[in-house]
Design a protein around this ligand. Structure first.
Ligand code: URA
Length: 211
């Protein structure tokens, strides 16, 4: 806890979600906990509505995210914005972040030690935002959130496109796994599935009355 937090705690008041997120962001921007900090241009903490009901979790920053310090700003990000529109959502409605906050060199797969070191930030972001639905994009974020929820993960193809009631970090949430948007850029067969999944997400948002 920093000094402001200690004073507020003593007064019985709590930090706003925005200031909690800002504090986590400043820690991420200064993080040197794993070797990825040596090769990054910018850390990518994540961004969006602090009171978002829907949180999207990707894998790790790519080239453009590393350059700009913002999540999903490259080609996969453009596609993600069109997918959000299928669900009746805009970027500013949701909170978007990643499992890893720094780009793995050459966009290689996140390593288990990087995931375990970095996800303390993700856990704190989830606890601050308190989303009602967590949309996991791809294998890594789905495997991570399913493990937190104590749900068996049988691979993204089998798991995607369904809503799972779960308890993640003490929060009652729904988890909605789908393919990573970048998959559609490499293989067109994933594009239609992603579009269908986000249309289904829209119906689930309406059913759950999450406005
Ligand atoms: N892919 C991800 O998983 N996250 C980003 O921010 C960009 C591409």
């Amino acid at each position: 806890m920093n000094c402001t937090a200690i004073l507020r705690h003593a007064r019985g008041t709590s930090l706003t979600t925005r200031s909690q997120l800002n504090y986590i962001t400043s820690e991420i921007l200064n993080c040197t906990k794993c070797p990825l900090h040596r090769t990054r241009k910018n850390a990518v903490p994540g961004e969006g509505n602090p009171n978002a009901k829907i949180m999207l979790i990707g894998e790790a920053p790519g080239y453009w995210e590393d350059v700009q310090g913002r999540p999903f700003v490259g080609a996969a990000g453009k596609f993600l914005e069109s997918l959000l529109a299928e669900a009746g959502l805009k970027r500013q409605d949701v909170f978007i972040c990643n499992i890893l906050k720094c780009r793995p060199p050459g966009n290689r797969e996140p390593q288990p030690n990087e995931i375990s070191t970095c996800t303390t930030y993700l856990d704190r972001q989830i606890n601050a935002v308190k989303p009602k639905i967590i949309v996991t994009l791809g294998t890594h974020s789905t495997a991570y959130i399913f493990a937190k929820a104590g749900l068996p993960f049988k691979g993204i193809t089998e798991t995607r496109g369904k809503l799972y009631k779960a308890n993640v970090l003490g929060l009652n949430v729904h988890v909605f796994p789908t393919f990573h948007p970048a998959a559609a850029l490499y293989n067109a067969k994933y594009k239609q599935t992603l579009i269908e999944d986000f249309k289904l997400l829209k119906t689930k948002i309406l059913e759950l009355k999450i406005g």
